[in-house]
Design a protein around this ligand. Structure first.
Ligand SMILES: Cc1ncc(COP(=O)(O)O)c(C=O)c1O
Length: 333
């Protein structure tokens, strides 16, 4: 069998592999903690499950939906963004995707060609690099400072005439780094100056701990917001990783290209998941805070214990949503 160059170039997701292995070990009765993948361990809240069951029972979940999602779900996403960030995207400027992963994959297919370069702050989520390669473009790793943040200096070092996109993931997987408003403003202005589009992967924006302040690129001035494409989803905030609902919000000409691509790639995100997502976004939001608080409590419990392990050197302020990278970065002497 002959395989395409793309399929030969792509590497399987290392975090999915580790996670599957950990799940198998758990199924085998082995006591193991799975730090492989960003997956909340709570079951999806009951009200969301019930909305899905109602959609099945009514027959609504039986049929294709528009490729870019149900109008009612786009409306719910638009309202949620407005409520959480005080930024308004009309529902028509939103595409619903099979998780944020498909949102990012589709954006690469729509926005870059062979010879184009995409900037990824290091360390970053494993799929960015492979999705860029699958689109025929070149991933370029940007070095980060002691707080795992890119700066104008490191961006200047990485940019050239082929650079098209910069991915900013705040809070960042795997470090938990949160960029401040001032840092994002500097990055946004830098991107405008170099005519580079920013993809803001805000999937972890509801998992902010110990009073850390969160700002999204879309909340900055109009020019920076216009230079930014928002990607997010329901996996992390609502403990809905398996339901596969994510979204893109951006300019109309982008969304129409994304929708055309999705109409051939996925048909639509599973209808039953879309009905569940409407309930998640429009229903009582207290469970989001309930789960966030539980993660914060766990973080604050484990952090001092890890700090006491000889050879581990962790940042003083336990704001990270994921501490796995810091644990790996400074190996035992
Ligand atoms: C940084 C980041 N972006 C996007 C995703 C994709 O999430 P999903 O496809 O479940 O919405 C993940 C999942 O782990 C992630 O860590």
């Amino acid at each position: 069998m002959k395989f395409s160059k793309r399929s030969l170039a792509v590497k399987p997701s290392a975090t999915v592999k580790v996670s599957n292995q950990a799940k198998q070990m758990q199924a085998d009765g082995i006591d193991v903690i799975n730090l492989g993948i960003g997956e909340p361990d709570f079951p999806t809240p009951e009200s969301i499950d019930q909305a899905a069951i109602a959609a099945i029972n009514s027959g609504n979940a039986s049929f294709y939906t528009p490729a870019s999602g149900l109008p009612a779900l786009k409306e719910a996403i638009s309202q949620r963004i407005k409520e959480d960030f005080d930024v308004f995207y009309t529902p028509d400027n939103i595409s619903v995707t099979n998780g944020a992963k498909m949102a990012l994959y589709t954006l690469m297919q729509v926005l870059v060609d062979e010879g184009d370069e995409v900037l990824i702050p290091q360390p970053g989520w494993v799929s960015y690099e492979q999705q860029i390669i699958l689109a025929g473009a070149t991933p370029v790793m940007v070095t980060t400072n002691d707080e795992f943040k890119v700066t104008e200096e490191s961006l200047n070092h990485a940019v050239n005439k082929n650079t098209r996109l910069l991915i900013i993931n705040s809070p960042q997987n795997p470090t938990g780094t949160i960029y401040s408003k001032e840092e994002l403003t500097a990055i946004g202005n830098w991107a405008i100056m170099h005519n580079i589009v920013i993809i803001a992967d805000d999937i972890y924006s509801s998992l902010i701990y110990n009073g850390a302040k969160y700002t999204s690129l879309i909340q900055l001035d109009d020019n920076i917001a216009a230079q930014t494409i928002l990607v997010s989803g329901l996996s992390k905030a609502y403990s809905m990783t398996g339901w596969r609902i994510g979204y893109i919000a951006g300019a109309p000409e982008l969304i129409s290209k994304v929708n055309a691509m999705l109409s051939h790639a996925t048909g639509n995100p599973a209808a039953v998941s879309q009905y569940a997502a409407i309930e998640a976004l429009t229903g009582n939001q207290s469970m989001v805070e309930h789960m966030r608080q539980a993660f914060e409590d766990r973080l604050n419990k484990i952090y001092p214990l890890l700090q006491n392990i000889p050879g581990f050197d962790l940042p003083v302020n336990p704001r990270a949503h994921s501490i796995s990278f810091q644990m790996l970065k400074r190996p035992l002497d």
